[in-house]
Ligand binder design. Structure first.
Ligand code: SAH
Length: 382
């Protein structure tokens, strides 16, 4: 495969992707691993090739070595070795581009592995990748959660496949002393929001002992950590099914101080404000409001509304953790929105910490596409 000077320059700058318009001489329809050269024939590396995607090439290596099961095992083992000292039995062992393994995600849930193959090139070498995961991580079973919508851009089917052995429907994992049941076959992402793990610990470390509010709680992961400190926690989600899992998780931890409320967070915030309720700790972890570039202004209005209302409910000295997982809303825009909400709420809020996804979801500083989750921890001065 031959690429333009512009395409070659992207790799040179550390970005692993080359787009359709920078690729010449496509070999036909077969996805897979291809050698890549510049126009004069100089070898640039080997890449995953996706004939149907706008992202045609994803760099694997600049070398010429054979990319076989042993190669994948080596890269996956190196990625896993970077995860030292994680106080949890569920974590991400391979974070795709962020770990130099574009389009490959591998999560650990106790003894099991749940993987996602997110490009056509990678799907073509599925057996080598599975052999690599087996050799590097020795999981008891491997489940492929290949039902992520991004596979549509690659012309790939959405499917959940038992690749090796059987991963149970639920796996109880532990996170800094809190136990919760992950749902690898049917839960969001690969079964849980592992990317918020460090943020949950951060919030728990700062949380007050009074009342806490966890909005957009899903299976209750922030609420469980808060409940160990706070006198009472209100955990809110619009999905009754998610709340049912949350209740089961609370029981797993013998926590009886969480009230589960099925509600639209926007409506509930208004209601709580009317009733002049206050909370010492509030968590706002909404789904991505901005699904496209065009929807950013509307999304920002939504983010600002919930942040503003949450700030009004915050007790003096209270802690607010707020975040956004919209890739299209970058960190600067997010912090600007939070600042605007604080001005409108008329609250003096200290910026205690600016955070992102947990360290096992590494972001590449020169590849903005690898960042999506940003958050900040605020404390009300008065
Ligand atoms: N905090 C969770 C992840 C939250 S995911 C964790 O750390 O694991 C976002 C959640 O928001 C989903 O569970 C979804 O059901 C819920 N949700 C989406 N829109 C909502 C709304 N308008 N009001 C309340 N919950 C909503």
């Amino acid at each position: 495969m031959i690429v333009s000077a512009k395409g070659a320059a992207r790799w040179q700058a550390g970005h692993p992707w080359i787009y359709r318009t920078d690729v010449y001489d496509e070999p036909g329809d077969a996805p897979g691993i291809v050698p890549v050269t510049e126009r004069r024939g100089r070898h640039l590396g080997q890449a995953l090739y996706s004939p149907k995607s706008e992202i045609r090439l994803r760099l694997l290596t600049r070398g010429r070595e054979p990319i076989d099961a042993a190669w994948w095992a080596g890269r996956i083992a190196a990625s896993a070795a970077r995860r030292g000292g994680i106080a949890a039995t569920a974590f991400r062992a391979v974070h795709a581009e962020g770990d130099g393994l574009p389009s490959l995600v591998v999560d650990r849930y106790g003894p099991y592995a749940v993987a996602q193959l997110l490009s056509a090139g990678l799907e073509r070498v599925r057996e080598d990748v599975l052999a690599g995961i087996t050799a590097a991580l020795a999981p008891e079973a491997i489940l492929l959660r290949n039902d992520s919508a991004v596979r549509r851009h690659e012309g790939l089917p959405l499917e959940v496949v038992a690749a090796r052995g059987t991963v149970p429907e639920t796996v109880v994992v532990e996170e800094a002393g809190v136990r919760y049941a992950a749902a690898p076959h049917s839960g969001q992402k690969t079964g849980a929001f592992l990317d918020q793990r460090e943020n949950r610990l951060l919030v728990a470390a700062h949380a007050g002992t009074g009342r806490a509010l966890d909005l957009f709680t899903y299976h209750g992961s922030f609420a469980l950590h808060l409940a160990r400190r706070a006198a009472a926690v209100v955990a809110v989600d619009s999905s009754g099914e998610a709340l049912a899992r949350g209740r089961e998780n609370a029981a797993l931890n013998d926590l009886a101080n969480i009230t589960w409320r099925e509600a639209n967070a926007f409506d509930l915030l208004r209601e709580l404000e009317r009733r002049e309720e206050t909370f010492d700790t509030i968590v706002l972890d909404p789904p991505a409001f901005a699904k496209s570039k065009q929807s950013v202004p509307r999304a920002l209005a939504g983010y600002k509304e919930i942040n503003l209302r949450a700030m009004r409910l915050l007790a003096a000295g209270g802690i607010l953790f707020t975040c956004s997982c919209s890739y299209h809303v970058n960190r600067a825009v997010f912090l600007d929105m939070v600042g605007g909400a604080a001005r409108d709420a008329g609250r003096r809020l200290q910026l205690v910490a600016v955070t992102g996804a947990a360290g096992d979801h590494p972001e590449l500083i020169n590849v903005p596409e690898t960042g999506y989750l940003k958050g900040c921890l605020l404390r009300a001065v008065d």
